[in-house]
Design a protein around this ligand. Sequence first.
Ligand code: 5GP
Length: 216
Amino acid sequence: MSGEPASERRGLLLVISSPSGAGKTSLARRLTADHQGLELSVSSTTRAPRPGERDGREYRFIEPAEFERLAREGAFLEQAEVHEHRYGTPRAPVMAALAEGRDVLFDIDWQGARAIAQRLRGDTVRVFVLPPSMTQLAGRLHSRAQDAEDVIARRLGRAKGEIARWEDYDYVILNDDFETAYAQLEAIYRAERLKRVRNPWIGALAKMLIEESPST
Ligand code: 5GP
């Protein structure tokens, strides 16, 4: 996205949350595909892979005992229980990205969003994605057809609790039309990326410009 040296660029942590089925995963994947400097954080989870999911791509699928061990060792930046399974954001890749000036995108729930914002406040931007209606949300969960009926019913029940957290977020996007929602998400990313505090190299340039005598 920019040509300045990585050390002169401060990494950004972009967190996206929404109820299941509101489209945040598609939005997140498109944004990382379109922006080379932005990588997706791959969480660890104790839930089973869905058809088509691959270990290390959507998640690292691990046993509860392994999750417990990693949690004890402090390997997670944050962890939460969602839909009766445990999810955790590996700490090391995030800290490495920040140190090297790279940006990280998180597709995590409100608990994770809050924990990361508390730990790394100045570096974190939170975006919440709303579905246009609960009927649409139910429709999307059914058409996805990856989960059993009882799982879908539970997810719908929890969706309201997730939506109730909307005020925690810096930005709220309505995902009625995917392209419109994506354009808004991309605008947020670009503007947050351009913030002065994330571009310390500007200080040196400004100093140079002030001191320079134009040779006209
Ligand atoms: P799913 O099982 O449908 O992929 O994800 C269930 C929920 O867990 C989603 O809201 C997802 O964003 C959230 N989630 C995924 N990974 C993490 C994580 O590492 N930490 C937290 N707090 N939530 C996560």
